[in-house]
Design a protein around this ligand. Structure first.
Ligand SMILES: C[S@@+](CC[C@H](N)C(=O)[O-])C[C@H]1O[C@@H](n2cnc3c(N)ncnc32)[C@H](O)[C@@H]1O
Length: 228
């Protein structure tokens, strides 16, 4: 089973995600466990301080080392993982997270996500991480949405979580063929003059498969030429 710890100064941000999503069903099915850890519990002094001004000047506050080292080390000390745990630090300056990275993390037994805030982390905190990931070329106020996105992408790959199993994820965007997904249609066969392509109603599976491959190539070339 995959155990996930998410460390954050705003652990309440995960409440909806952990109770309403497919991830909550994965937890109920025993595919994974997800625990949020309040970084403030490891904060410094009476006020549980987790941030301070940057040396050398500059705007905003940085997250201090001591709470992060204490929190991550406490998660690792409690780990029952046989494989080396993965410690994922969220950062817009990280490697861009992809489906391959989700597949890789889905083979782990223990993942610790580190959600930054303010201007980010004191650089020494990065020495705790096995992986530093960005979820895109934009800057958010905190790492919670990034950790949520990565957790979702990983958990849906765990055996037994999705109805269609491995086949369901292999034929998706960024799946087996490394392309975007082909267009899909459901009822009705015609809506406001827009018809479902004839071939999908033909029952000819070879033709349908060929059309889907062709459409996947077309859409990938149009929207993500970098993948072609
Ligand atoms: C305001 S950001 C810090 C940005 C940092 N000063 C920089 O320029 O790279 C605060 C935190 O949000 C999270 N974050 C923001 N954007 C992110 C992204 N695209 N991917 C992953 N984490 C992100 C990280 O945890 C980061 O430490």
């Amino acid at each position: 089973m995959l155990n996930i710890d998410i460390i954050s100064v705003q652990p309440k941000m995960f409440e909806g995600f952990l109770t309403e999503s497919i991830v909550s069903r994965a937890v109920a099915k025993g595919a994974c466990s997800i625990r949020t850890v309040d970084l403030k519990e490891y904060g410094i002094g009476r006020w549980r301080k987790t941030d301070d001004k940057p040396y050398g000047g500059g705007p905003g506050m940085l997250m201090r080392c001591e709470p992060w080292f204490a929190a991550v080390e406490s998660c690792l000390a409690a780990s029952s993982s046989v494989k080396p745990p993965r410690v994922v630090l969220t950062s817009p300056a990280g490697k861009k997270f992809t489906q391959r990275d989700a597949e890789d993390l889905a083979t782990a037994e223990h993942i610790v996500f580190m959600c930054g805030h303010y201007e980010g982390f004191d650089a020494r905190v990065e020495t705790l991480a096995t992986d530093i990931y960005s979820v895109g070329d934009f800057v958010m106020t905190g790492g919670e949405i990034a950790a949520t996105a990565m957790t979702d992408a990983v958990v849906r790959l765990l055996p037994g979580v999705l109805g269609g199993g491995a086949a369901a994820t292999a034929s998706e965007s960024f799946g087996r063929e490394g392309m975007l997904e082909f267009p899909q249609y459901t009822h009705p066969p015609e809506f406001r003059g827009m018809k479902v392509p004839e071939v999908l109603l033909s029952g000819d599976h070879a033709k349908i498969e060929a059309w889907r491959m062709c459409e996947a190539r077309r859409i990938t070339a149009e929207r993500r030429p970098d993948l072609v």
